[in-house]
Design a protein around this ligand. Structure first.
Ligand code: ZN
Length: 502
């Protein structure tokens, strides 16, 4: 190996050590750090991030990346991904990065107050500033058709605004009438069985047992509690999940855990040869979300899964679930309800919430929507997509933290992940024909092995598009997801949901 290549790899691995160490500090802040630590921790985190950024974007790193030649295929992938990341980071002027950090630092507090007081005008100047800075960032990064492309690319490499609009458009046409039918067929009273006192200790133990059963490796990871559930990775052999237990509601804690474990299994499944390199990550946020949704929805809200676990749930919560039969239980878990709030949304309506946000962001960034018109445009789109009009901005355009943190372009990846999860699920079921029986027996090994081989182990070496094409035979689309929900919900609620043949 050339000396230059060794030098470059050492530099990249030092950058990785710095960002992984910053992740440890952030995880600690969200889980165990006493409040008094806040100020020093913010400084320490910022120092590590700054050192990592300076080292990665330095002339030395850039010079090495320009000249070195790969020896192995792995080197070639590492160089390709590093060049891509560096090119993007170096295009954004450090002055703009600082302006964004300052603006979002102020906007987060302003957003919290504005939401609590239902006062959009108080947040409007902050949002206007962030939209303006995001447009400048898009112009600095460069784009072909839409400035929004440049923002999406940070989270979903190679995805375009036009392609998202096309896929979402097809999906919306089919989904709006499906939701209409199913919201009518649902039984809101039945969902009450999931509410009421659920002792937190028993919730924690039940969730931990399921995580062990599905294959999350507790020798190489942990679960802790935090206010907002998340997954973070310090190395392939140290992946941290967090969850939040609600003493009066069973679903958020359990399905939150299962969701984060899906992210964690992806991170633990990356090829150990990639350890310490920037390839040891999910290939895109959409693909990452496909893994969490697969375990949360396709597995965790399915009949075979609860044929195994409902007897265990009855034992864990005899007061609540002893008399419950599987059919009403499954209908309660899969209730379709039109709520103005995204994080309360079910598997079906969730995608409609995301489409509203995508259209809003795209129009703001393309200059077709003025920031002062956001509340009205939001409510109009909610009415069009979900048939409901939020009663306040707190329940409307102020509900999400995302815009105040400056991450425009991120929302679409949630729905892209849902679509990918159904495509991958269909391919998995073809290759593991007795999957339902295996799940019923609590044997998750064949499923996890398949996911590791097809998706996890590649890390960032393969694009999301390549993984989809290799495993399913075609690129991103909505057909598999629609077929999956038609079969599942049609059976559950006894309604005919046949759509056009796909
Ligand atoms: Zn997620």
């Amino acid at each position: 190996m050339s000396e230059a290549l060794t030098d470059l790899k050492t530099r990249l691995s030092t950058v990785r050590d710095l960002t992984s160490s910053a992740a440890v500090l952030d995880w600690d802040q969200e889980t165990y750090m006493p409040e008094g630590g806040t100020e020093a921790r913010a400084r320490q985190s910022a120092t590590l991030q700054r050192l990592a950024h300076e080292m990665f974007t330095s002339d030395e790193t850039a010079g090495l990346l320009e000249t070195v030649e790969p020896v192995t295929d792995l080197d070639a992938d590492l160089l390709r991904v590093a060049r891509r990341d560096l090119d993007r980071e170096r295009r954004i002027p450090s002055g703009l990065v600082a302006e964004l950090a300052l603006a979002t630092g102020r906007a987060r507090d302003a957003w919290r107050h504005a939401r609590d007081a239902d006062d959009y005008p108080a947040f409007e100047p902050h949002l206007a500033r962030i939209v303006d800075l995001c447009i400048r960032k898009a112009e600095a990064v460069g784009f072909r058709d839409s400035p929004y492309d440049a923002l999406v690319d940070e989270y979903e490499p190679d995805m375009t605004t036009a392609r998202i609009a096309e896929v979402f458009g097809e999906l919306k046409t089919e989904l709006v009438p499906l939701v209409e039918t199913l919201a009518g067929a649902s039984d809101p009273a039945g969902a009450a069985m999931l509410h009421g006192p659920f002792p937190p200790g028993a919730q924690w133990d039940f969730g931990m047992q399921v995580l062990k059963d599905i294959g999350f490796d507790f020798e190489r990871g942990r679960q802790d509690r935090s206010a907002h559930p998340f997954t973070t990775t310090f190395s392939i052999s140290d992946v941290r999940l967090t969850t939040r237990i609600h003493p009066d509601h069973f679903s958020p804690g359990f399905f939150g855990s299962l969701h984060e474990a899906g992210h964690g299994l992806y991170e633990q499944g990356v090829d150990p040869d990639l350890e310490g390199t920037l390839l040891a990550d999910g290939t895109s946020l959409g693909m990452h979300e496909s893994q969490s949704r697969l375990w949360e929805n396709q597995v965790g809200r399915s009949r075979p899964f609860w044929e195994r676990y409902l007897p265990r749930l009855r034992t864990a919560f005899p007061d609540r679930f002893a008399p419950v039969e599987i059919d009403p239980f499954l209908r309660a878990l899969n209730q379709v309800r039109r709520s103005p709030i995204r994080i309360e949304a079910d598997e079906l309506t969730y995608n409609l919430h995301i489409m509203v946000r995508f259209e809003m962001e795209r129009d703001l960034i393309e200059g077709r929507l003025a920031v002062r018109d956001v509340p009205r445009a939001w409510n109009d789109r909610m009415e069009e997509a979900l048939g409901i009009r939020p009663e306040s901005d707190a329940e409307g355009c102020l509900q999400d933290i995302h815009w105040s943190t400056g991450i425009l372009g991120y929302f679409p990846t949630y729905a892209l992940g849902n679509l990918m999860s159904a495509q991958i699920w269909r391919a998995l079921r073809c290759d593991v024909p007795d999957l339902d029986d295996r799940i019923r027996q609590g044997e998750f090994g064949p499923m996890l092995d398949w996911l590791r081989t097809q998706v996890h182990r590649h890390g960032r070496r393969r694009s999301a598009d390549r993984i989809l094409r290799d495993t399913t035979g075609h690129g991103l689309g909505s057909g598999d997801w629609l077929a999956y929900v038609r079969t599942k919900y049609g059976g559950l609620f006894g309604v005919n949901l046949d759509g056009p043949a796909t």
